[in-house]
Write a protein that binds this ligand. Structure first.
Ligand SMILES: [Zn+2]
Length: 465
């Protein structure tokens, strides 16, 4: 497309921004919370609304598809660029995390603009993500009646519960997932000025550590001093897994030295971490110990105690307890398998039990593998050019410390295709927490970047076909 034509498309998107925002705000009013069966109707309602809007936009094959026992996905496509143009699959999700128990400064399901940010559950995770594509598609079709590439859109309704049925949809509708390049929009930017391309995820292994010593709780005044306290034993065992800073010390991996050096330049600095993670005044982030902070968060295993059965204040009594357990959530380094971590955990936790107590390690909980990706080839060069134009910066290669099941799934099924993972979140978004927000400057740049991206992908990939 000519420069003038693309400029006209970008200008249309700018002029139309209030309309785009209004459309997004209407979606955000529907509490499509996928983990709560009481909101299943809302997930379906939102899916139907999006589907209607895609139809109005001029997309074809717009459907709400629902396999038995699942929440729906919305699909739509625009294939008029023809067989010689590449096909881009765009993935996003419409479902939301719950808000119960959170303290919000604005109503979670009524989008509210404060300064440059739009506050609402789902604003950035993930409605702003796929909405930035709908706005880009709308701009192209309004101005030129055409798009540079073919587009297939898939908007999932179960991402926030771990995409348990996405692979079933892939199997049931393979044509819907067949494409030359995939843009997965549910990730984060390192700052409001630097766009991010996600290239690694950590895996997750959940284990339950149980210690037992007695048949019944007994009087601590009678027996204390000669009888093991399971609470202390549990704490001592957990301590075996961590270093002086409280970091996981088991299963650490070697990372590429060149990557490590570049990681010192990440915009995710200690300041960003202390601010983004709401660390209180007088407390600091963990010391780096000569390792870049983002390596600790993206490329090394970490441990969190997510539940325990230690005595609570309400159950306080002067007694030695029978048993205690803790659920440990272990983030795995990208490429590290949960099986290999489990072996290491058993070696450390089951040897020489403190006080001779009985130790058991169960691994029936969540397990998901990480993902490490090397973006290369013309599609990524195209993406860098598009982002350079829209943001004034190419995509910074970033990792995610969490585990996003759909990414691992796409990686496994479509790892031979270019997978462009980006989104509209930034370190202040607080996705999954109270006062989730999207920076409107990011949203505008995301729309622009998508407009350029479709054109750049045509230039980059048409010669390959
Ligand atoms: Zn998400």
């Amino acid at each position: 497309m000519s420069h003038d034509q693309i400029d006209a498309v970008v200008n249309h998107a700018t002029r139309n921004f209030e309309h785009t925002l209004a459309q997004l705000c209407a979606y955000l009013e529907i509490p499509a919370i996928s983990c709560d069966p009481a909101h299943a109707g809302d997930v379906r309602l939102l899916a139907a609304k999006i589907c209607t809007d895609l139809q109005a936009l001029g997309m074809s094959a717009c459907e709400v598809r629902e396999l038995e026992g699942t929440l729906p996905i919305v699909t739509g496509e625009w294939m008029n660029a023809g067989p010689d143009a590449p096909t881009v699959l765009i993935y996003g999700h419409l479902d939301l995390q719950p808000v119960a128990g959170e303290i919000w400064h604005t109503p979670p399901h009524k989008a509210t603009q404060v300064g440059e940010r739009l506050y609402a559950r789902g604003a950035a995770d993930d409605m702003g993500g796929w909405m930035s594509h709908i706005a880009a598609i709308e701009a192209w079709l309004s101005v030129s009646g055409t798009l540079p590439v073919n587009i297939k859109l898939v908007i999932e309704g179960e991402e926030e519960i771990g995409s348990p049925n996405l692979e079933r949809y892939m199997d049931a509708y393979p044509a819907q997932f067949s494409a030359d390049v995939m843009v997965l929009t549910d990730c984060e930017n390192p700052s409001v000025d630097i766009p991010g391309l996600t290239v690694s995820l950590r895996g997750l292994l959940e284990v339950e550590l149980t210690v037992s010593a007695l048949d019944a709780d007994v009087h601590s005044g009678l027996w204390g001093g000669m009888v093991p306290d399971v609470s202390i034993a549990l704490i001592k065992l957990i301590d075996r897994l961590t270093d002086e800073d409280g970091r996981m010390k088991v299963g650490r991996v070697d990372v590429d030295e060149a990557w490590r050096q570049s990681a010192w330049d990440s915009p995710i600095t200690v300041d960003v971490i202390e601010n983004g993670a709401h660390i209180i005044e007088g407390v600091a982030a963990l010391p780096d110990r000569g390792i870049p902070p983002v390596e600790w968060m993206w490329r090394q295993p970490s441990i969190t105690v997510v539940a325990t059965t230690l005595p609570t204040p309400a159950l306080k009594k002067n007694a030695l307890r029978q048993k205690a357990s803790a659920v440990l959530s272990i983030r795995l380094a990208p490429g590290q398998s949960s099986a290999e971590m489990l072996v290491l955990l058993k070696q450390v936790l089951l040897a020489d039990p403190p006080g001779g107590i009985k130790v058991e390690l169960g691994a029936d909980g969540w397990a998901g593998e990480g993902w490490l990706y090397t973006p290369k080839g013309p599609a990524f060069e195209a993406a860098d050019r598009a982002y350079q134009k829209a943001w004034g910066a190419p995509l910074a290669r970033v990792g995610v410390g969490g585990s996003i099941p759909f990414v691992a799934l796409f990686g496994r099924r479509f790892g031979n295709l270019p997978l462009i993972l980006n989104g509209v979140m930034d370190p202040e978004t607080t996705a999954h927490g109270p006062n989730e927000s999207m920076h409107l400057g990011i949203f505008k740049k995301a729309i622009k970047a998508n407009i350029y991206l479709y054109d750049e992908l045509l230039t980059a990939l048409k010669s390959k076909r």
